[in-house]
Design a protein around this ligand. Structure first.
Ligand SMILES: [Zn+2]
Length: 508
């Protein structure tokens, strides 16, 4: 393996980062030294000008104007450089040092997220970068790593998904309070600790989150017909594997037990966090669900994400989105759970909720996530009639899409596909209808294989792997499940607070 492949493992990456830092610090140290000497000389000449003729330091006066001059010259003509002293004089001004350092840091971040072209462009935007060794070595490194990258095969990319995370197992698994519902949450959800461990494991295995939409190209012809093809230009360095992530039902349904977050909010730093009410009734804002947790992880491990990719958030409509009650039916025709929720939150108003949800939706998109429909009513589309499908889809399009924007992705509720393994065709009335309504990318659930997909001109279909209590439980005793193939050691991470056995309860 050549020296340039810095991203093959984290040790190499750390070494590369260390080296970048060393160059930076060396440059900054040199500049500081020169500035201090210049200041001392200036003061000396000023104070002892007539008497200091014999002092050798007065022979090499440096003023800010000459420094500025040499900086201008160096931009225009490289031939006038004088080795390292040129580099030092170029960075005389503290302001320009800070700019150079900032540009280097931004470039390092872009490269860490596999955007080598942008990183290279960033370096080349630094005035006189050819004379700054930290810049040229970074440039070399990015070019080498870029050249080593391998195209991802979109057909073989695993797609994993989660539901909202269990914050407090004691409260969620309270069988006296929630009866047999506990079995559902035990099967569908993972705990915060389990999520964190899976996230770390996947990162250690070299998995890199890419967007579902990174896997394909989409174009529209002159008749308005949409065409899809595999994206064969998604490049990652050797040793890195693409993985797609989706998250279902970010609604914090009214029927959810205590022990889950209750809405997504922006904190005082304008960062996306989850609001959680603890067992003592304290309202807390923090990393209480996968959204802020993954944000935090990627902030700490930028190379876990391809070009800022996060995941696809699949939204239903009947209880609103992100914990905001944005559906008119929630208030006009509530179920008993919804009525109980309204009684607990008497001040919540539909219009306010819609406005708040729009702000959150915008922030989530800017944060690197994309949205998918998960149907409005979360019923299995394979079992329901075409009539039901049409009514349900119209509700999603009129009540959810105005909040989150258009999407061509449909993540089937309960993973229930509208067709079998053979290709969709226009003979499938449900497919024909959904296609007419703008849905062309479909995801079902199949945790029996690492990947399954159909890339067709008119649609894309992909299977998803549920990472939940049931699949973790199954992996405790079976060593050949997809969970273990992903490198996840279920025995090490399975939360001991879970009631066992974990009973299959459907997924998605
Ligand atoms: Zn769902």
């Amino acid at each position: 393996m050549s020296e340039g492949y810095y991203y093959n493992n984290s040790r190499d990456k750390k070494r590369a980062a260390k080296r970048r830092k060393a160059y930076l610090y060396r440059g900054i140290f040199a500049v500081v030294c020169i500035a201090v000497i210049a200041l001392l000389v200036f003061l000396f000449v000023k104070l002892f000008g007539s008497r200091g003729g014999d002092d050798p330091t007065t022979k090499a006066p440096v003023s800010s104007s000459t420094a500025a001059e040499s900086q201008t010259q160096s931009k225009e003509d490289d031939t006038e450089t004088e080795g390292s002293s040129e580099e030092e004089s170029k960075t005389q001004s503290g302001q320009s040092d800070a700019n150079v350092q900032q540009a280097l840091e931004e470039a390092a971040f872009l490269a860490a997220q596999y955007d080598y072209d942008a990183a290279i462009e960033k370096i080349e935007s630094i005035p006189g970068y050819e004379q700054i060794s930290a810049a040229t070595s970074a440039l070399d490194e990015y070019q080498l790593t870029k050249a080593s990258c391998v195209a991802v095969n979109p057909d073989t990319v695993p797609h994993i998904f989660y539901h909202s995370l269990i914050v407090d197992t004691k409260r969620v698994f309270d069988r006296n309070k929630y009866g047999s519902l506990v079995d559902g949450y035990n099967a569908w959800m993972v705990t915060i600790e389990e999520f964190n461990q899976v996230t770390q494991t996947l990162y250690d295995q070299g998995y890199v989150y890419v967007m579902l939409s990174d896997l394909y190209n989409k174009s529209t012809d002159s008749d308005g017909k949409v065409h899809y093809s595999r994206n064969t230009e998604l490049m990652l360095p050797p040793g890195k594997e693409a993985i797609v992530l989706s998250l279902d039902d970010l609604a914090y349904y009214a029927q959810y037990p205590d022990g889950f977050a209750q809405k997504i909010v922006l904190d005082e730093n304008n960062e996306l966090k989850a609001e959680y009410v603890d067992a003592n009734g304290n309202v807390l804002v923090g990393d209480y669900d996968w959204l802020p947790l993954l944000d935090k992880f990627i902030k700490e491990h930028p190379d876990a994400s391809y070009k800022c990719a996060k995941g696809t958030i699949a939204l239903t409509g009947y209880d609103g989105v992100f914990g905001y009650r944005t559906d008119e039916g929630f208030f006009s025709n509530p179920t008993s759970d919804e009525a109980a929720w309204i009684a607990k939150h008497p001040d919540v108003k539909l219009e306010d909720e819609i406005q708040k949800a729009k702000v959150i939706a915008k922030a989530i998109k800017e944060d690197g996530w994309e949205f998918a429909s998960h149907s409005w009513g979360h019923r299995p589309m394979n079992e329901k009639s075409l009539d039901w499908l049409q009514t349900d889809t119209e509700k999603w399009l009129s009540r959810v899409e105005p909040i989150v924007g258009e999407t061509d992705i449909l993540i089937f509720p309960h993973g229930a596909d509208i067709g079998g393994l053979s290709d969709y065709s226009m003979d499938n009335e449900k497919y024909a209808y959904l296609s007419k309504k703008g849905f062309h990318v479909f995801c079902n659930v199949d945790a029996s294989a690492m990947y399954w997909s159909q890339f067709r001109d008119s649609y894309i279909r992909q299977a998803r792997i549920d990472i939940d209590g049931y699949t973790l439980y199954t992996a405790l005793t079976k060593s050949d499940t997809v969970i273990s193939k992903l490198g996840i050691d279920a025995n090490a991470i399975f939360d001991q607070a879970r009631p066992t056995p974990v009973i299959a309860n459907g997924a998605g």
